[in-house]
Design a protein. Structure first.
Length: 105
């Protein structure tokens, strides 16, 4: 008779892991909103008749997007590593017998 079938499962994240996961996704949303918001805020000023205003708006938009495009990958890298480090531990559990029914609601 073969030995029991073992399944590899992960435990739930701890409190710190859940905070890191929430921070990761909040950061992603803020960076996306920052990129779209910068484009939306600068757009009306680029079509102004005064060339100095249009040039200033273009320079501001380029600097703002450049900053976001620098911070977004760096922040994703740091928070992504923290996200991987705060995963739940791996566990090996026995598989239920083939005829056993799972919990019923």
């Amino acid at each position: 008779m073969p030995g029991p079938v073992l399944l590899e499962v992960r435990e739930r994240r701890g409190r710190v892991g859940r905070v890191v996961r929430g921070t990761f996704w909040t950061f992603q949303a803020l960076m996306l909103l920052g990129s779209l918001g910068t484009c939306a805020a600068v757009g009306p000023f680029l079509s102004r008749p005064d060339p100095e205003v249009a040039l200033g708006a273009g320079m501001f938009g380029a600097m703002a997007l450049g900053t976001i495009w620098l911070l977004w990958p760096l922040g994703t890298l740091v928070l992504g590593v923290l996200l991987l480090l705060t995963r739940g531990r791996k566990r090996l559990i026995e598989a239920p017998p083939p005829g056993a029914a799972g919990p019923r609601p």
